[in-house]
Write a protein that binds this ligand. Structure first.
Ligand SMILES: [Zn+2]
Length: 126
C-alpha cells in the first residue's frame, strides 16, 4: 500500500515536471507572437503546479519571469538586461524592479573547497 502510494506521487511529480516544461514552451511562443497576457497566465499556472506538487521550476525557466510581479520576461519588450560588476541585472518594465543574478555563482561545494584551500594555505604560512 505504502509503496504504491509513493509510486503514485512520483508519477504525479513527473507529470507536473512535463506540464511546467510545456507551459513555459507555450508561454515563450505566445510572448513572441505578442500575446503577453497569455504568457503571464501560463507562468502563473506553472508556478501553481510547482507549488502544489513540490516540484522546483528549473533555473532556465526561473530566469524567464520576474520574481516580483511574475510577468513573463522577453528582453526587448518587457525587460532590459545589463551586465554590471559581474552581475546580470534584469530590469522589469512592468513593476520597475531589478533582479540580480551573479555571474560567478559559488555553489556550496565549490565554496567549501575554496574555504578548505584557504585553511590549507594558512597552515602552510605558519
Ligand atoms: Zn516585474
Amino acid at each position: 500500500m505504502n509503496r504504491k502510494h509513493g509510486e503514485k506521487k512520483k508519477e504525479q511529480k513527473n507529470i507536473a515536471r512535463h506540464r511546467i516544461h510545456y507551459l513555459f514552451c507555450v508561454a515563450e511562443k505566445c510572448a513572441l507572437e505578442g500575446k503577453l497576457n497569455l504568457s503571464d497566465r501560463y507562468v502563473a499556472l506553472a508556478r501553481k503546479i510547482s507549488m502544489k506538487y513540490l516540484v522546483p521550476i528549473p533555473t532556465e525557466y526561473i530566469r524567464r519571469f520576474c520574481k516580483h510581479c511574475y510577468c513573463y520576461l522577453l528582453p526587448p519588450l518587457t525587460c532590459r538586461v545589463r551586465v554590471h560588476r559581474a552581475n546580470i541585472i534584469t530590469y522589469c518594465i512592468q513593476c520597475k524592479k531589478y533582479s540580480r543574478i551573479p555571474l560567478h555563482n559559488h555553489t556550496s561545494s565549490s565554496r567549501k573547497l575554496w574555504i578548505n584551500n584557504q585553511v590549507f594555505l594558512g597552515d602552510q604560512k605558519t
